[in-house]
Design a binder for this molecule. Structure first.
Ligand SMILES: CC(C)(COP(=O)(O)OP(=O)(O)OC[C@H]1O[C@@H](n2cnc3c(N)ncnc32)[C@H](O)[C@@H]1OP(=O)(O)O)[C@@H](O)C(=O)NCCC(=O)NCCS
Length: 169
């Protein structure tokens, strides 16, 4: 793990090559290799994060969420694990699973669902239902608008490739 200033990384297992930037709070979390957790990210206990994952600034990953390998989480993504919060009782933590290669766009809100592998959640989506593998969803509530296997979609993604390692930025 790289040096990070003003971060709290408590009782965590952090894999080789993983970068934790400044001002992050991470508790009882397992993170794989070569991932990058940007500044001001807050990760609660019992979270599992795979290899080569990027979590952009100001995102909150709530208790118990499982994130696979090669997942991209944009800025200010908010997760939810309690649908009926109350100050007097603690209700059961609900499960969210984000599978390998999923992309979660900036500002999305993720309810306790399964986000399928190689899927794409457009910026600003409110995801209240499971997202199928390889699908693109958008809106509030998020609905399917396409497939990540669509040639035009893949072309647009690849056109933007600068050939640089996103973990360096
Ligand atoms: C979803 C996304 C990849 C565009 O996908 P696309 O298949 O190329 O879609 P298009 O731009 O051709 O738009 C298709 C339709 O979806 C709509 N759409 C696109 N992005 C949307 C979004 N975030 N929310 C709601 N609708 C969206 C478009 O308005 C368009 O609607 P129309 O058919 O009624 O005109 C892109 O808009 C997006 O949200 N990217 C995520 C960016 C991000 O969060 N980056 C994080 C790091 S900075």
């Amino acid at each position: 793990m790289s040096e990070s200033k003003f971060s709290i990384v408590k009782d965590c297992e952090i894999g080789e090559g993983t970068i934790i930037k400044d001002f992050t709070n991470i508790y009882k979390t397992k993170i794989g290799k070569n991932s990058k957790i940007h500044s001001f990210v807050y990760i609660e206990e019992g979270v599992e994060i795979g290899d080569n994952v990027i979590i952009r600034p100001h995102s909150v990953i709530t208790e118990g969420i499982k994130i696979g390998n090669d997942v991209f989480i944009g800025q200010s993504v908010q997760t939810i694990n309690d649908l009926y919060p109350k100050t007097t009782i603690r209700t059961k933590v609900l499960k969210t699973i984000i599978k390998d290669n999923a992309i979660i766009g900036t500002g999305s809100i993720i309810f306790p669902v399964t986000i399928g592998k190689n899927s794409f959640v457009a910026a600003g989506s409110v995801v209240t239902k499971d997202v199928e593998d390889f699908s693109v969803v958008a809106g509030n509530p998020a609905k399917k608008i396409g497939d990540t296997t669509d040639q035009a979609f893949m072309r647009k993604q690849n056109l933007r490739d600068e050939g640089k390692d996103p973990r360096k930025y």
